[in-house]
Design a protein around this ligand. Structure first.
Ligand code: BGC
Length: 352
């Protein structure tokens, strides 16, 4: 099997299988569609490489996003729960909304208490269940191995539960998020310059170079996204980025030892020189009043296209779910990923 298709296989394996009714045609439609996801917040720009554990070493809190939209989507993902309507002007907790009655929803998969989820200490406390020795989480701190700190500084804790720093969402509880308060993710933005068949770099109508990034299709909703993932308890963000991008998947790759080494070397090389593009709140459809997504997004640019950039990922007959996509304002992507890519394009001086 050619190396490029092996790479495609391992991305498909780790990234998420394609959902029904998704295929290359759908991708094409997405890419040529004209509706934009509006950017409501300016993403941060850091000029130096990120330290090994950005969560621990961050000194200045990230700015809080002013508004969220996807976090108020009418039906909560993977459920039939309708959010209590929150108009734009009532998002902020500082604006009174006396009739506000958010739906209390925590999914069964979270209530089963898998290792990535907190105990529902509210229920345990109400039941007077002392046998489980339930302790109140240490908000705004590193709580054992669980990082309950926000990139945006201290969040409020009201009635014993953290309060979404951006505002109301129409749902309280944790929805399908495991942690009360911040749920930390990391997003690698792997880029290269687009080249034509002759290997020449492609420019747009304004003579700006066109950059491409690796996109994957999410299993839960079919949307295209960065190949990010959750930071495990006790894990540093750089590890998550690397792991999510391929280390685990590499184990399942049907490549011979030499090929594996080649791929691994390219990834190691690239991941040694990342630039932070964003850290903070993500406007994610899973957010609730008491649990929300935060991320650190980092750009890894293969400037000469000789490392990871030489792998030609392409959608196969069965909709591979991983591909190089052109950076463009026309993209429709999961959560706030378009904002991270806009900053990446600015940073690279690429076409947008
Ligand atoms: C995804 C990340 C995303 C984060 C917030 C995680 O589940 O893997 O790519 O940035 O959620 O939306």
């Amino acid at each position: 099997m050619a190396l490029s298709s092996q790479i495609a296989r391992f991305f498909r394996h780790f990234a998420a299988g394609p959902p029904p009714n998704s295929g290359p045609e759908r991708v094409a439609r997405t890419l040529t569609g004209t509706s934009l996801i509006h950017s409501h917040t300016k993403v941060r720009h850091r000029s130096s490489s990120v330290p090994d554990n950005p969560v621990d070493s961050a000194t200045d809190p990230a700015p809080v996003m002013k508004q969220h939209h996807k976090a108020r989507c009418s039906v909560y993902p993977r459920s039939q729960v309708s959010r209590y309507p929150v108009p734009d002007e009532k998002v902020s907790w500082s604006v009174p909304y006396p009739e506000y009655a958010p739906v209390d929803f925590t999914s069964d998969s979270v209530l089963k208490m898998p290792p990535w989820a907190d105990v529902d200490f509210r229920v345990a406390q109400t039941n007077g269940d002392s046998s489980k020795n339930i302790e109140q989480p240490q908000w705004n701190q590193l709580d054992g191995k669980v990082n309950r700190r926000s990139h945006m500084g201290n969040y409020e804790v009201v009635d014993n539960v953290p309060r979404n720093p951006v505002g109301r969402t129409g749902v309280c509880g944790r929805g399908c998020l495991g942690r009360w308060g911040p749920n930390h993710a990391a997003d690698p933005i792997v880029t290269r310059w687009k080249r034509n068949e002759k290997g020449e770099m492609v420019v747009d109508e304004n003579h700006k170079l066109v950059a491409q990034f690796i996109a994957v299709q999410r299993r839960d909703n079919g949307q295209w996204a960065l190949p990010g993932g959750m930071v495990d308890a006790g894990e540093v963000v750089t590890m998550t980025l690397r792991r999510e991008f391929g280390e685990e998947a590499l184990n399942s790759l049907e490549a011979n030892e030499q090929e594996k080494k080649q791929i691994e070397a390219s990834i190691n090389d690239l991941f040694a020189h990342g630039q932070e593009v964003y850290r903070g709140y993500v406007d994610d459809p899973r957010n609730t009043d008491n649990a929300w997504m935060e991320t650190v997004a980092m750009n890894f640019h293969d400037s000469d296209g000789k490392g990871v950039g030489r792998f030609n990922l392409h959608a196969g007959d069965d909709a591979v779910g991983v591909q190089w996509m052109d950076l463009s304002h026309r993209l429709e992507l999961y959560a706030s990923h378009i904002d991270f890519l806009q900053t990446t394009a600015e940073k690279l001086g690429a076409s947008w």
